[in-house]
Ligand binder design. Structure first.
Ligand code: GLA
Length: 387
């Protein structure tokens, strides 16, 4: 891959003098969905697929961007004096947002760069290609300018840029999973205080399989913000009767006791998901540590049911992928992953069942939905680095 991006860099920018090459992964969340903005736990891991970059510093303020995923756009030029989000800037809003965010945090980016990117995360799949670009940009800026910021700081800057520059109100999970990724490990992160531990993903005789629904996300982002505010309102209602800082502070029993304080059935369901999903995530990690992969899988399945019935973020595409997966012998667990409303499912599938899984789920999906799903057998990889 390094050769490919260097060759392309030369073709696009004329020569490769002073160029360095980098990689940042994508991520998949195994369990703990829509808990990261509710003070709960998440359990994602970095993947070996992600975003590659070839980059070099310039001596002026110019920014030149080229993506091998959007070749038709050619070289997009901008400047450090123009770090303002715009529709025309397209994908470059992500790296530009990170440059802006560094400045906001007192780390001024003083010179521009020539940047070329290539991502092998399937497009729009919900495996965090944007967070991957954000963390990658942060990593490159730290390398070029010697900023004193650790990888956790890169995650926070990435999230800040996404929230403030790109106006997507996401939580910390994606950027954290990418910046802190570790080969063959998932990250058990408590989003209330960012404390975390690594847990080995040793799925003896099984693999993680991602199915992409290929459903384009449309209303997704607005629904995401809607869920966030439903949870915030439910929290405020609960805080009138019980002393908590976030929904993640509640266990199921305490929630049952006080739930009548929530004034609408819809908000009660949203809060129930946030509370139960957090508890499920804690139990799932315990199960994995005790080598009980079967229980881990059951909790993944329960997570999907809760996201479908209480949080209502699945939709017919993700439900079809998951419900068909549950029918296949050798599937240990299957659920939607990421924000929902399209995107991907994640399944743990025994090695000998993977072909049948792809065949059966793929056929049933196409018959019901009218277009194909894509399948990826993935590996858990490291965080960002120079390559
Ligand atoms: C998106 C957001 C994350 C998280 C998930 C849902 O991926 O970027 O912060 O909220 O949705 O778990």
């Amino acid at each position: 891959m390094k050769d490919t991006i260097l060759r392309k860099f030369k073709e696009v920018y004329g020569d490769t003098e002073g160029v360095k090459t980098f990689f940042a992964p994508g991520r998949v969340n195994l369990i703990g969905e829509h808990t990261d903005y509710n003070g709960g736990h998440v359990f994602p891991c970095a993947l070996t697929i992600g975003t590659y970059a070839a980059a070099r510093r310039r001596q002026d303020k110019k920014l030149r961007f080229y993506s091998m995923n959007f070749e038709k756009l050619g070289v997009l030029e901008s400047s450090l004096e123009d770090l303002v989000p715009s529709k025309e800037a397209g994908w470059t809003n992500y790296p530009k947002g990170v440059m802006w965010a560094f400045g906001q945090k007192g780390m001024e980016v003083t010179e521009g760069m020539d940047l070329l990117l290539y991502g092998n995360i399937p497009n729009g799949s919900g495996l965090s290609s944007s967070a991957s670009v954000e963390v990658l940009t942060g990593y490159i800026l730290r390398d070029f300018f010697g900023f004193e910021v650790d990888n956790q700081g890169l995650a926070l800057i990435g999230q800040y840029s996404e929230n403030q520059y790109n106006k997507v109100n996401c939580g910390i999970m994606d950027q954290f999973a990418i910046a802190m990724g570790r080969k063959d490990n998932a990250i058990f992160l408590d989003t209330a205080d960012l404390s975390y531990t690594y847990a080995p993903i040793a799925l003896k005789g099984a693999k993680i399989v991602i199915a992409s629904s290929n459903k384009k996300r449309g209303l997704g982002d607005s629904k995401y913000n809607e869920r966030r505010s439903e949870c915030e309102t439910a929290l405020a209602e609960l805080q009138k009767v019980v002393e908590i800082e976030s929904l993640g502070d509640l266990d199921q029993e305490t929630f049952e006791k006080y739930q009548s304080a929530i004034q609408s059935e819809v908000r009660r369901k949203r809060a129930r998901h946030a509370v139960c999903e957090n508890q499920r995530t804690i139990r799932a990690v315990e199960a994995l540590k005790a080598d009980d992969v079967a229980l881990f899988g059951q909790l993944m399945n329960a997570s999907h049911v809760s996201l479908r019935d209480d949080y209502e973020v699945t939709g017919v595409e993700l439900d079809t992928l998951v419900e068909e997966a549950w029918k296949v012998e050798g599937v240990i667990g299957s659920r939607m992953t990421g924000a929902g409303f399209g995107g991907c499912t994640v399944s743990i599938v025994r090695d000998e069942a993977i072909d049948a899984f792809i065949d059966q789920v793929g056929k049933a999906y196409e018959a019901r939905i009218g277009y194909k799903a894509d399948f990826y057998v993935v590996e858990v990889g490291d965080g960002p680095g120079e390559i």
